[in-house]
Design a protein around this ligand. Structure first.
Ligand code: PLP
Length: 709
């Protein structure tokens, strides 16, 4: 699901349109007679930022390391190919008139043009975008950013030496370029030039690059000045084949993009569509300007005069493109919220919590984000992607399948599987670089027998009596290190009573810690270097911050909740709930006194009531225990009690006291509505359970909408 319209990048949208007119300038040379050097700087330097900027923008919005599937790429490819096909058809008559179809090498020529040079002179941009996006996507997803930058950087250099620096390369690489130019006229296309800009755009999004604006402004000014110098020098040397690819261009585009990225606000969708239309039709406008100028007796001002020609072509293009763009059916971002019921992940809250938790962790201790059970119902993909952007590099999941999902989404770093995995999956664990918990010494033996090299953390049982090798079985613990194919990268235990604050709990926790330390010391006396250790989860950190070791495994805290409302902890950082659950009112009906609502007939309207039906039920995770007035939702800032039994997919709420409740209203099941707030811990308590259970049962039927920056 997408963000709202108001989360857009208006400066980027508008600059696309500006860039499109840069391209018009390239093809009309407005300053040629006035100042040839000025015209060169405008059309061969400044305006050359346009296409890289388009590539970067598409990379920013489409290409990513974090994805559940390749849907975003495919829809970009489909759109680009469709636009290309349409544009090709538009220019077909012109091509026919120009005798395009008369050459001797027609078929190879057509293939080469379709793929690389474009079916009309400016249309090369479209296949370049399609190929560049695919190349960037494959590199980023398969090999990650360092490799993606290395490979696309090398391709870019090949492009550079075949373009503006050509004469520098020709003596050595003339033969190679001879071959390249059999395949394509120029090196500016999808193979050599486009990919690096797609990678750069994607990187700015994934790595959340936010340059301070004075830095971007300064960087842009400097790199543009250097690029101008580079171009003028190349012109003086006579090295260039074309003036499209410059050494300084990626840096310049980076700073420009960084500058525009700072401005957030409402999207200017029409400007995006208009930019594309301007780009595609402006050669038509050139033809039209010429066709109109003669009968009107305006050949001089409209065609021969550089500025006049540029303005005439721009005006014709704008007059067609802008109304057309405004007329195009627009798929509003808000549309994605037309669902029946959904979860909202507040990434600002998530980031706030991560920062707050990091502050209370002692230095040298790393946050291991626990994202098991669909990230406690917050959406594993969305949560992990956002946390990784916040620099989280250690993860814990319950099962190997959850770990595999994280890897598929593009998550880096160490992923610890907290639970049991069948040793038969050793190869898969190895391939996905998952770290397996050694749950017993017998299990270590079975893992070792597979012969597969595996990273493991040893779980020590110090009193939880669930998984783990007993703390006093030093022999068995040391035995794990003896298996050559098991690489022990961690050792941990789990506290059983860390959420309680009475003396018994305090003593028990201290004892667990003592046992754990003793197990570690025993190892060291045997000459085995103990690996990084971890002992705390959220409550351990909040109640016993002094026990922190190499990692803390935090689940609840990241999500900004505790197991129950108003729980007291030693440290009370300001944690903010990151999740809301919403459902849309399907209908509002009047129920006469004495009539029932829903299954079972337990509920009888105590008087004439107004009932709203919400399309969310226990299959989505709303507790059935809250049937019949035991729970409520928020609607129009008021509480609406549950009426009748909660069904699998629906529930009824009483809105008699909310007279303006209407179909389409958004009810808040978890979260804030006006002054009212209903938290997950409160909802859990009402239904007789803890937050952890309530959240982990939120069903995958509720799509996740990401909110925040
Ligand atoms: C789930 C889990 C955690 C996370 O606990 P929170 O209370 O959510 O922080 C930590 N360690 C282990 C072993 C777990 O199973």
């Amino acid at each position: 699901m997408r963000e709202r319209d108001s989360d857009g990048y208006p400066a980027i949208d508008v600059f696309r349109l500006v860039s499109a007119f840069f391209v018009v300038a390239i093809h009309t040379s407005p300053l040629a007679e006035l100042t040839p050097t000025g015209d060169f700087v405008l059309t061969s330097v400044i305006a050359r930022l346009a296409v890289p900027f388009f590539f970067m923008t598409s990379g920013f919005f489409t290409v990513t390391r974090y994805a559940k599937d390749a849907k975003a790429l495919w829809s970009f490819e489909k759109r680009t190919v469709t636009v290309y096909a349409a544009a090709t058809l538009i220019y077909l008559p012109v091509n026919i008139r120009n005798g395009y179809f008369k050459g001797p090498w027609l078929l190879p020529e057509i293939i080469r043009d379709i793929l690389f040079d474009g079916t009309f002179y400016h249309l090369w941009y479209l296949p370049a975008a399609a190929i560049g996006a695919a190349v960037a996507w494959a590199l980023i997803r398969k090999a990650d950013y360092p490799w993606a930058f290395a490979v696309t950087g090398a391709l870019y250099l090949v492009g550079l030496l075949g373009d503006s620096w050509f004469k520098a390369a020709e003596p050595v690489m003339g033969g190679f370029y001879g071959l390249v130019f059999q395949l394509m006229d120029r090196t500016r296309g999808g193979i050599f030039m486009a990919p690096i800009f797609f990678v750069l755009g994607a990187y700015m999004k994934d790595a959340r690059i936010r340059l301070p604006w004075p830095l971007s402004a300064l960087g842009f000014t400097l790199t543009l000045a250097i690029m101008t110098g580079e171009a003028l020098e190349l012109r003086a040397l006579g090295w260039a084949r074309f003036y499209t690819v410059y050494l300084t261009l990626p840096a310049c585009a980076f700073f420009l993009f960084g500058l525009l990225l700072r401005i957030r606000g409402r999207r200017v969708r029409w400007a995006r569509s208009a930019a594309l239309i301007v780009y595609i039709i402006h050669p038509m406008a050139i033809i039209a300007a010429r066709a109109m100028a003669r009968p009107l007796g305006l050949w001089g001002p409209l065609v021969e005069s550089g500025p006049g020609h540029f303005l005439a072509v721009s005006l014709i293009t704008a007059l067609v493109a802008i109304p057309l763009a405004l007329m195009l059916p627009r798929h509003k971002a808000g549309d994605t919220l037309r669902g029946r019921a959904w979860r909202e992940l507040d990434t600002d809250a998530l980031e706030h919590n991560v920062n707050v938790l990091r502050q209370i962790m002692p230095s040298g201790c790393e946050l291991m984000a626990v994202v098991k059970a669909n990230a406690y119902g917050h959406g594993e993909f969305e949560t992990a992607r956002e946390l990784e952007k916040m620099g989280v590099r250690a993860w814990a999941v319950a099962t190997a399948d959850e770990g595999a999902e994280l890897r598929k989404y593009g998550v880096h770093g160490e992923i610890l599987v907290l639970g049991y995995s069948d040793p038969g999956r050793a190869r898969e664990l190895h391939r996905l670089r998952l770290t397996q918990t050694v749950v017993s010494s017998e299990y270590a033996g079975r893992l070792a027998q597979t012969g597969v090299r595996l990273r493991v953390h040893i779980k020590i049982d110090t009193g939880m009596h669930r998984l783990g090798i007993s703390w006093d079985d030093a022999e068995a613990i040391a035995g794990v290190f003896a298996h050559k194919n098991l690489i022990v990268t961690g050792m941990y235990t789990h506290l059983a009573l860390s959420e309680l604050r009475d003396n018994t709990a305090y003593d028990y926790t201290r004892e667990q810690r003592r046992r754990f330390r003793e197990a570690v010391t025993d190892l060291e006396t045997r000459g085995i270097k103990a690996p990084p250790a971890h002992i705390q989860s959220t409550y351990g950190l909040l109640n016993y911050p002094e026990l922190s070791e190499g990692y803390v495994r935090v689940g609840l805290g990241i999500y900004g909740v505790l197991s129950a409302p108003n729980e007291s902890t030693v440290l009370t950082p300001d944690l903010r709930p990151a999740l809301s659950v919403k459902a849309r009112v399907a209908l509002v009906r009047a129920v006469p006194e004495g009539e029932g609502v829903g299954y079972g007939g337990k509920y009888r309207a105590p008087g004439p009531r107004k009932i709203a039906i919400l399309p969310i039920g226990y299959a989505d995770g709303f507790p059935r225990q809250l049937s019949g007035g035991k729970g409520y939702v928020l609607l129009r800032g008021r509480r609406a009690p549950v009426a009748g039994a909660v069904c699998m997919d629906q529930m009824a709420v009483d809105v008699t006291d909310i007279p303006d409740a209407a179909p389409g209203d958004v009810a808040t099941v978890i979260g804030r509505d006006g002054d009212e707030i209903l938290t997950a811990p409160e909802l859990a308590e009402m239904s007789g359970t803890i937050t952890n259970e309530l959240l982990s049962r939120l069903g995958p039927r509720l799509p996740v909408v990401v909110r925040g920056n």
